[in-house]
Ligand binder design. Structure first.
Ligand SMILES: Nc1nc2c(c(=O)[nH]1)N[C@H]1C(S)=C(S)[C@@H](COP(=O)(O)O)O[C@H]1N2
Ligand SMILES: [Mo]
Length: 320
């Protein structure tokens, strides 16, 4: 019999401990939810390695894209907020390789008739991928224009049949200190969490992104699956999602929990409501140079025509 020496074992056969543990958790969750084979458990567990930078096939352009000048790929992928990979803007790219994104089961649970688990490969296959060029406006008063690849969140949510009790959707990032070095420090109450009201989640502008510039998402940008809500500050756009839960009550959200006076649950981009420590009236474009003129920030990040009616009758200074 042939005994494989360690050097003969292809990298694809070696399972990092954290991935192994995640598989086990996935199998337990799947069993508890009574899904398992029905949702193609086998393909979930033996997904081929797809890497950042590989092209995503059949990406269709979207009419919901802006026509502004794109921020360069280098800037989008090297100036990041992703505290799980470090708090400096350059840390996420530096630490990106530590995160293993295959296999990547996503649990969908809570107030729905068909809870279950879906793998990233099935997500890429089942939901037609579009290019959506959106402004991303960080609460720190800078912005980018990003050619995301992704699909409307509503397409995924409806598959799991939310009940009439589902008033909100909660999201969670992977918790795995072995692969996410930032989680070895108690700087936040991990995992990173975010949430949307059901109508915000179902809105056609709200997408789950799987790529950018036509290619699989780099880890520092939230691979393999991150939320993008273009009319809200960037911190709502939670990265590396592993859990989606329909809830009756407003879910907890990381920055809102940490500093509620500075970061609201809604976090709609609003030049009329300043952050307590700085103005939100204007922002600088990443990549435009330090001396470039600041741009005026638009209410709802310029998407007011599409989304303002979601907040009819709400005082946006109170519900910031
Ligand atoms: N899990 C997680 N998601 C996150 C963050 C984070 O630290 N962890 N940072 C948020 C913030 S503040 C912003 S501005 C955007 C940045 O996205 P980008 O790095 O792709 O530009 O991601 C958001 N999503
Ligand atoms: Mo941000």
């Amino acid at each position: 019999m042939l005994i494989k020496r360690p050097s003969d074992i292809p990298a694809s056969e070696i399972t990092p401990r954290s991935v192994y543990l995640r598989r086990r958790e996935f199998l337990q969750t799947a069993a508890a939810a009574g899904v398992g084979a029905a949702l193609g458990g086998a393909s979930l567990l033996s997904a081929p390695a797809v890497r950042a930078g590989e092209p995503i096939p059949d990406v269709r352009p979207s009419r919901l894209s802006t026509d502004e000048t794109l921020t360069g790929r280098e800037d989008i992928t090297s100036y990041n907020n992703f505290y799980e990979l470090g708090t400096d803007k350059r840390d996420p790219k530096r630490n990106a390789d530590q995160l293993e994104t295959r296999p990547w089961p996503v649990v969908v649970e809570g107030e729905c008739e068909a809870p279950g688990v879906i793998g990233i490969e099935d997500i890429l296959r089942d939901f037609p991928q579009e290019e959506r060029i959106y402004r991303l406006r960080c609460v720190e008063a800078w912005a980018m224009v990003v050619p995301w690849v992704g699909f409307p969140l509503v397409n995924l949510l409806t598959r799991f049949k939310p009940t009439s009790k589902a008033k909100y959707v909660a999201f969670e990032t992977l918790y795995d200190p072995e692969m996410l070095p930032g989680q070895r420090r108690g700087i936040m109450d991990w995992p990173y969490r975010e949430g949307l009201r059901m109508d915000e989640a179902m809105h056609p502008l709200t997408i789950l992104a799987t790529g950018l510039y036509g290619e699989i998402l780099p880890n520092q940008n939230g691979a393999p699956l991150r939320l993008v809500v273009p009319w809200k500050y960037g911190f709502k756009s939670i990265k590396s999602i592993v859990r989606i839960r329909f809830t009756e009550d407003q879910p907890s959200a990381t920055w809102n929990m940490m500093q509620p006076s500075e970061y609201g649950f809604y976090a709609n981009v609003n030049p009329e409501v300043d952050h307590p420590r700085w103005s939100q009236k204007s922002h600088r474009m990443i990549g435009a140079g330090l001396f470039a003129r600041k741009r005026p920030t638009l209410k709802f990040n310029g998407y007011g025509e599409q989304v303002a009616s979601l907040y009819d009758g709400m005082d946006l200074a109170e519900f910031y």
